[in-house]
Design a protein around this ligand. Structure first.
Ligand SMILES: [Zn+2]
Length: 138
């Protein structure tokens, strides 16, 4: 799959065609990506515990990876991706200008390493949401 997490992509088909957004998650097994603000779906949350409030949240849904193009920061538009092999290293380059796309989006990867794994991050986010709900209820 030519699209990776944290890439900025341009949507070429579907109801969000023409939009650009950041890839929140990528699933190479299913060939699907979740792009921020794209294929937004309403999800209904029912209050399951005391203090929780039922709510409807809008979430970005998965779309097929073939419906997006990686945005080249240099060309500033969706481009096809070529692979450049240098010795043992392989990286993604823009098919038009040859800019190194892995390098362009690499900042986020080192940031991810600093944050630690995603699983450690998720429960904290949930707690925060629960607190927000509590604050609203009071
Ligand atoms: Zn380019």
């Amino acid at each position: 799959m030519k699209v990776k997490k944290n890439d900025t992509v341009y949507i070429i088909t579907g109801k969000d065609a023409g939009k650009t957004g950041k890839v929140l998650s990528a699933d190479p097994d299913k060939n699907r990506v979740v792009v921020d603000g794209v294929n937004v779906q309403k999800k209904h949350y029912k209050a399951r515990r005391q203090g929780e409030v039922s709510s409807i949240k809008q979430q970005s849904g998965p779309i097929d990876a073939s419906n997006v193009m990686v945005v080249c920061p240099k060309c500033n538009k969706g481009v096809r991706v070529h692979y450049l092999v240098e010795g043992d290293a392989k990286h993604r380059v823009c098919a038009k200008c040859g800019a190194n796309l892995d390098e362009a989006y690499a900042v986020s990867r080192s940031a991810k390493a600093a944050k630690g794994d995603d699983k450690a991050k998720k429960p904290a986010r949930k707690t925060k949401k629960a607190d927000d709900k509590k604050a609203k209820a009071e």
